[in-house]
Design a protein around this ligand. Structure first.
Ligand SMILES: [Mg+2]
Length: 144
């Protein structure tokens, strides 16, 4: 199976560096950003990103605002919100805005890998459906 291509967006640099290393050991390539703004800039040059793991609480653009922009820029990219106890409500708001799921910090690496894999699969299935719909549309032009 293809490995998902993901981005971690979190203002806690140590956390990001540690997670990126651990994901790498599990054959998941993760790029990093340390703010919502940086995450969006990075997305623009990496439109093939499958999953974005996004911290809710960040200075400047927070996770919810970043999520809205991500969904505008790249609607098929799946987002998993990262939250602490105090921000669970925001994570739930995030799911209403189209986030795939949320996880509490500090998160277990194997659980994160599990969720990232599921989210990537959902995106690939979605892309496949769109491809099929396009193919059907093209075929229908020749059937008349
Ligand atoms: Mg934070």
């Amino acid at each position: 199976m293809t490995a998902p291509f993901i981005m971690l967006v979190d203002d806690e640099a140590d956390f990001v560096e540690t997670m990126v290393k651990r994901l790498g050991k599990r054959n998941i390539t993760a790029i990093k950003a340390f703010s919502g703004e940086e995450g969006l800039e990075t997305l623009k040059t990496n439109m093939m990103l499958d999953v974005i793991v996004l911290d809710v609480k960040m200075p400047g653009m927070d996770g919810i605002e970043a999520l809205r922009e991500i969904k505008k820029t790249s609607p098929l990219t799946e987002v998993i919100m990262l939250t602490a106890h105090a921000t669970v409500e925001s994570a739930i708001d995030g799911m209403k805005l189209g986030a795939y799921d949320y996880m509490m910090k500090p998160c277990d690496i194997d659980m994160l890998v599990g969720k990232v894999t599921e989210a990537a699969q959902k995106k690939w299935d979605h892309e496949e459906k769109i491809k099929d719909a396009r193919a059907k549309e093209i075929m229908s032009r020749y059937e008349q």
